[in-house]
Write a protein that binds this ligand. Structure first.
Ligand code: 13P
Length: 287
């Protein structure tokens, strides 16, 4: 059964480790992530972006697939199904569809509007026993080939949002989605420290978990990060393994094109990536 992310994240914050959010895009990714979490006895959060939700034909399909896998694969570790960077409408759809957690990304609104919308969604989510993540300070990313330092959130604004009763808070601390550029200035630990001081026990979320050096990940966890999101790194390992398989001409052997065989090396590669991250985040054995 899917669970809210609240309990697993509160435990992680208190125990000084982080739970990984791994984004899912299809059946293979989901199966690999769940199998690895079960094997390592680790809690896990499956992240679904609005685009990935559409790709999989809609949130109800995602809920059906994940619930089916939990049963068929006999998954006993805590698993949360979480909307990643949701719009207001997207959040409502996921509440209806049976997700167990949502993220409302109101970081592009003025702070007052972010507060108002987040407040409404906190009530809706909590009435259903779901957890909710909010965001302050946009997480950067590549725009027109230029990647600068990700935005840093204002700690006071983080406190205003945390005080609304959200279960986890994503705050920009110079992190960006995707690969980090060579001239990246690194995470702003001063900002993180100031945010943690004002938000207390609130589990903090680090987006853009791909390619952050290990020492920075560990320091971020020591300063209150209890959830780390990873997507691009799974894409990279999946793509590399698939390319290797195709370049070896294996997809042309025998019956030609068997999608189960074609996607198997990528699925194995995702397992290895997820394992590496769970070990780094310290969530192994914490289910
Ligand atoms: P990466 O793609 O950089 O791993 O970031 C994932 C993420 O933060 C999803 O919200």
């Amino acid at each position: 059964m899917l669970v809210s992310a609240k309990e697993m994240l509160n435990k992680a914050k208190a125990g000084h480790y982080a739970v990984g959010q791994f984004n899912i895009n299809n059946l293979e990714w989901t199966k690999s992530i769940l199998a690895t979490a079960q094997e390592l006895n680790s809690p896990v959060i499956l992240g679904v972006s609005e685009g990935a939700g559409k790709y999989m034909t809609g949130y109800k399909t995602v809920v059906g697939m994940v619930n089916g896998m939990l049963e068929e694969m006999k998954i006993t570790v805590p698993v949360a199904l979480h909307l990643d960077h949701g719009s207001y409408e997207g959040c409502l759809k996921c509440v209806e569809a049976g997700f167990s957690s949502i993220m409302f990304d109101g970081s592009h609104y003025a702070i007052d509007e972010n507060v108002a919308k987040t407040k409404e969604l906190v009530k809706i989510a909590h009435d259903k026993g779901m957890s909710i993540e909010a965001e302050v300070g946009a997480i950067g990313g590549e725009e027109d080939g230029v990647i600068g330092k990700g935005e840093c959130a204002d700690p006071q604004e983080c406190k205003s949002i945390a005080d609304l009763g959200v279960d986890m808070l994503a705050a920009g601390i110079g992190n960006i989605h995707g690969k980090y550029p060579e001239n990246w200035e690194g995470l702003s630990f001063d900002t993180l420290d100031a945010i943690q001081k004002l938000t207390g026990d609130m589990p903090l979320v680090l987006h853009g978990g791909t390619g952050i050096p290990e020492d920075m990940i560990k320091k971020a966890i020591s300063l209150g990060v209890a959830k780390i999101n990873v997507n691009t790194e799974c894409q990279l390992s999946f793509a590399a393994a698939t390319r290797k398989y195709v370049e070896a001409g294996k997809d042309l052997e025998g019956k030609g094109f068997d999608p189960r065989k074609l996607l198997a090396p990528g699925a194995e590669a995702i397992k290895a990536t997820v394992k590496e991250k769970m070990e780094l985040f310290g969530s192994v054995g914490k289910a």
